[in-house]
Design a protein around this ligand. Sequence first.
Ligand code: PRX
Length: 649
Amino acid sequence: MTEQQHVYPVSESFAANAWADNEKYLAMYQQSVDAPDAFWAEQAKRLDWIKAPTKIKNTSYASDNVDIRWYEDGTLNASANCLDRHLATRGDQPSIIWEGDDPNLSKTITYRELHARTCQLANALKSLGVKKGDVVTLYMPMIPEAAMAMLACARIGAIHSVVFGGFSPDALAQRVIDSQSKLVITSDESVRGGKQVPLKDNVDAALTRDGTDVAESVLVVKRTGGDIDWHEGRDVWFDELVDQQSSDCPAEEMNAEDPLFILYTSGSTGAPKGLKHTTGGYLTFASLTHQYVFDYQEGEVYWCSADVGWVTGHSYIVYGPLANGATTLMFEGVPSYPTNGRLGEVIDKHNVSILYTSPTAIRALMAHGDKVMDSSKRTSLRLLGSVGEPINPEAWEWFHRVIGNGKCPIVDTWWQTETGGIMITPLPGATDLKPGSATRPFFGVQPALVDNEGNILEGATEGNLVILDAWPGQARTIWNNHERFVQTYFSTYEGMYFTGDGCRRDEDGYYWITGRVDDVLNVSGHRMGTAEIESSLVAHSAVAEAAVVGFPHDIKGQGIYIYVTLTDGSEPSDALKKELTQWVRKDIGPIASPDIIQWAPGLPKTRSGKIMRRILRKIAANECDGLGDTSTLADPTVVDDLIENRANR
Ligand code: PRX
């Protein structure tokens, strides 16, 4: 059993100086579940409220009435909490340290500067007609303007919807339409690993799609000066417009339950869903988790290597750190450019104390051997964090021993786009660590494991991970589709939030996430629905049917394995495989690139026509011995062909 492995006890010196030792964790946790109103009323005081909330928790998980509200009579502004309130005490302190893709490019932006530029941008948004309640889509590189754009929206009460810069024009169009965005903010190009990505061209392509004419303007940051087309009357240069604006822009008074942002994520079926996060509860939770989980101490440089296109970037590059007056490092590039030593070199260059990254990044570096870290010393590091997918113990140990020089605790943080912030995690001064375990719940989080009928399982066991009661950072609904929200999260097990993850709990009460139990893939920490990839494939004229499953991948965690049944008259060939790969990349984005395509004359189906994915997953994983019962299949012989021709051995 993995939990028999090495345990890393909390170091006494770490605990002595940390925000929480074990005693404090246990006491605060107990209060958070025994008296949530009192606990969360107290925690809300970490924010500046215009009107302090008197109603704290008002939540229902009943499937006929899912309704989640926190601090509902309070008012505040998220941007003022991240900027204005720091000016008196830390106006000249760095807010964002930006490190470019090119190692010779970096800049430091103080809180005063970030405040001024954000206010100018907020006024620019107003001049483009953006009003409170409007949605603005951000399709941007990892540059400070992305954070400014988020905060400028928040300042005037507009709702941002950040779309990851690796998504295709179609994926972008889909999100612009669903959210009815009035404005798109982008840049001419982005730069990653020395390569340019034509963001503005992608926006141009997206905005030719039917239904996107709702987007009236495109605000364009000049990042590279690369060649772009210009649509007179629609396109506006960012600097030209923003430079002219006043740096005085009063922050809009927002209700705690007013939306702060929408963020799209993949589910097991259908189109990506726009999770709606609101202002007061989200910001309280992002700020509290950032302080305690990363044990953030005044003046430290903190680096979360995620992209702002994902929830990790929202909560732990922008909102959590800035609400706490932290210095947050924003990295435009990739850990492998110009060399594989870059991650460590960035840490040394900026004296990073806390590094929050992904198992995929760690495994990719680990594959090069210990010497990959020789170009840096990383003596400034005090704490490491991991997020996005289960971290295998080998990668955990390597992260600890090599990147952290054997002296930094690792917080393996489990959470989701839907949860808004970290849910299950060690606190570094409180929790003894077991490599591979996300350990214990954060304050206010009540995890439970249930069997397939929804019975709660006690003690050391394995089951489906649910959360029994609401926490402030939770998404409130799916944009325009509350019914889908209820269906997806609250109808599987009555009265509980279903996470979609499987999980084991050991005899110490530690949680070990085992991965998704639904048809969602997690490829390099990127979440993808198998249904999305399948519907892209069947739109190709050569594809009659497609089934997509994940398979274990050394670096990515999960790879994408595709079974394709061709239409009559289409011939299997390597050229067609390449074409289908390009097709999916173009349709969804490079993150959805198939790893393996297998031609499947038939797919294993039940007599009622349902594809038996369990069998396809086993074959993709090259585990053909334990296929289980195939007698319910309409035609059991298709399995023999698939095994015979399996592509992963
Ligand atoms: O399966 C879990 C996995 O990532 C899913 C959530 O993906 P997303 O909404 O894109 O958010 C990722 C960043 C918060 C979860 O359902 N996951 C995330 N963190 C962990 C994890 N699995 C295991 N351990 C983690 N620390």
